[in-house]
Design a protein around this ligand. Structure first.
Ligand code: 13P
Length: 258
């Protein structure tokens, strides 16, 4: 059975006080209302992760919510002003790190080869990468979206040996659906998720392909989560805007309640 995962990507939102308020609301709702065993992840700005971890440790939600960074440096340490390393993230309570988000690729020119280095450092420091792939609108219109996703996956992750590859989480986030209110239809999303799983089967084997969780991201909300998550190859979501509202985020997680 693949792990079901709902991860909230807060992006550059919430100062310290707002972060603590939001996590406590989410923790209460998750504790009271969620009856499934989906892994719940909150990916907060670097500045707030330590405080969120401290808060979590003293609450009943300690095991219910995992923390993630939104990026980490491609180097271990050194003269990289403004960067944060995988080791640092691990030391403040993160268990996951989002890598290759399209906003990082677009605004910070992150390349697949740089991402491959980040993946290695994350894994070295026991952070699970949530590795993002996805095409732009133009790429979809040109009909090259499968090729784009294939290169992102191959160049970013295929250097990993099978046993390590199995531990990684993949997120399919069509760029045209991020923050636009335009969601991929369940059929469109399923088509790409199935393609990603097929690529993994070809690059590794069937068993590996069946064990990797693949999340959908892009304007996912409480109204469309059920139809997306019921698709065969969609194992949960990477949620942006809707993760900033405790009610919406919890309702998305509850989609997995039976
Ligand atoms: P939205 O849910 O706001 O479209 O963002 C998706 C996303 O980028 C999650 O990483």
């Amino acid at each position: 059975m693949r792990q079901k995962i709902v991860a909230g990507n807060w992006k550059m939102n919430n100062d310290l006080k707002e972060s603590l308020k939001l996590i406590s609301e989410v923790a209460n709702m998750v504790t009271d209302e969620v009856s499934n065993d989906a892994v719940v992840i909150v990916s907060a700005p670097f500045t707030n992760i330590y405080a969120l971890d401290q808060w979590k440790t003293g609450s009943s939600a300690v095991d219910k919510i995992k923390l993630a960074g939104q990026n980490c440096c491609w180097e271990e340490s050194g003269a990289y002003t403004g960067e944060v390393s995988a080791k640092m993230l691990k030391s403040i309570g993160a268990d996951y790190v989002i890598l290759g988000h399209s906003e990082r690729r677009q605004y910070f020119a992150e390349s697949n080869s740089q991402l491959a280095k980040k993946v290695d450092l994350a894994l070295k420091h026991e952070l699970i990468p949530i590795f993002c792939v996805g095409e732009t609108l133009q790429e979809r219109e040109q009909g090259i979206h499968f090729d784009v996703i294939k290169s992102q996956l191959k160049e970013g992750l295929y250097h990993l040996i099978k046993s390590v590859f199995k531990t990684v989480v993949i997120a399919y986030e069509p760029v045209w659906a991020i923050g636009t209110g335009l969601t991929a239809t369940p059929e469109q999303a399923q088509e790409v998720h199935a393609y990603i799983r097929q690529l993994i089967a070809e690059g590794y084997d069937e068993e590996t392909a069946e064990s990797v969780s693949i999340l959908y991201g892009g304007s996912c909300n409480p109204s469309n989560a059920a139809s997306l998550f019921s698709q065969k190859d969609i194992d949960g979501g990477l949620i942006g805007g809707a993760s900033l509202k405790s009610r919406d985020f919890t309702d998305i997680i509850k989609t997995f309640n039976s």
